[in-house]
Design a protein around this ligand. Structure first.
Ligand code: C5P
Length: 219
């Protein structure tokens, strides 16, 4: 049983998916964190300056490890856990850039399917319902208007002590969404049969209620 949830940056996917997984006793798989971690590792290894076509041969040898522990994804690089460092705004932009590469997508798609082998998973990202798990019985496309998404992201950054300017953040989010929507491979778009949910003006409990209803309808 796989619940595939896609949508643009700041749509509230992480909060909602984490809660949904907890409520259902499922694993929560944050695939955005995997793209961020790979961007981090490629930068650390100095590979981003190499031709993208060369990355494929280095990817399997990177000391990057993904595992599921106690219901959530854990990531380590060179034996050290990666977590908060992946939340920096620059890493989000880098992740979006590397996510256009075919070798990166193939590598991470394989990992995501492997991590989902035991089933009972809530997977969030940009291509969960369209490419990685097209047969998922529950697919959702979560979105919200740009102002709502920017405010939510701003609040998350403030909570973590990261200072960003509203207009710069809004521009970054707009630019990243456009790149994710327009890329040739696995572009961000609603999967066939997905529930389209615009969460602007909705609170978390309203979103959760609608999602749980949808999960019940589909299972
Ligand atoms: O979800 P998050 O904002 O952490 O994702 C960072 C970036 O990783 C996205 O902007 C997108 O370019 C890429 N990504 C992707 N496919 C996914 C998840 C994330 O291309 N399934």
């Amino acid at each position: 049983m796989i619940i595939a949830i896609d949508g643009p940056a700041g749509a509230g996917k992480s909060t909602v998916c984490r809660l949904l997984a907890k409520e259902l006793g499922y694993v929560y798989l944050d695939t955005g964190a995997m793209y961020r971690a790979l961007a981090w590792a490629l930068l650390e290894e100095g590979l981003t300056c190499k031709e993208e076509s060369q990355w494929a041969k280095y990817l399997p040898d990177l000391s990057l490890r993904f595992a599921i522990k106690e219901g959530v994804l854990t990531i380590s690089y060179r034996g050290k856990p990666l977590d908060e460092e992946l939340r920096q705004p620059e890493i989000a932009q880098k992740a979006s850039r590397i996510s256009q590469s075919a070798s990166v997508r193939t590598f991470l798609t394989h990992w995501q399917r492997t991590l989902a082998l035991d089933g009972r998973i809530v997977a969030e990202g940009r291509d969960m319902g369209t490419v990685v798990f097209p047969y998922a019985p529950v697919k959702v496309f979560l979105t919200a208007d740009l102002a709502t998404r920017t405010k939510r992201r701003m609040a998350q950054y403030l909570e973590k002590g990261i200072s960003v300017e509203y207009s710069a953040l809004e521009a970054q989010i707009r630019e990243r969404d456009e790149a994710d929507q327009k890329r040739a491979l696995a572009p961000l778009k609603p999967a066939q049969g997905a529930l389209l949910l615009d969460t602007s003006g909705m609170d978390i409990s309203g979103v959760m209620t609608r999602l749980l209803e949808f999960v019940l309808e589909k299972t």
